[in-house]
Design a protein around this ligand. Structure first.
Ligand SMILES: [Zn+2]
Length: 87
């Protein structure tokens, strides 16, 4: 099974939860939580909003550890979705 990194939220994902293109084929750049049917699920999401969300995931829901959140947040500006915005 391939382990991919979502180019929007920065979290690892597998083909089972990969995003979908408009033609319902798999999109291996994004996870299904970020990208579905050829569009971003939350189009108004900003880089800052995402940072807040990741910290919340670590602190309130324990879905990821604080250390993981810090690493992911550091990598966010280099991901495809956000790379374009800062250029
Ligand atoms: Zn994602």
């Amino acid at each position: 099974m391939d382990h991919l990194t979502c180019q929007s939220c920065g979290l690892p994902f597998t083909n089972e939860i990969s995003g979908t293109n408009r033609d319902e084929s798999e999109n291996e750049d994004y996870c299904v939580h970020c990208f579905e049917h050829g569009e971003f699920v939350d189009q108004s999401l900003t880089l800052h909003g995402l940072e807040v969300k990741l910290v919340e995931m670590a602190e309130m829901h324990n879905e990821i550890t604080r250390e993981e959140a810090v690493i992911v947040i550091r990598e966010l500006p280099y991901l495809k979705r956000w790379h374009m915005n800062i250029m």
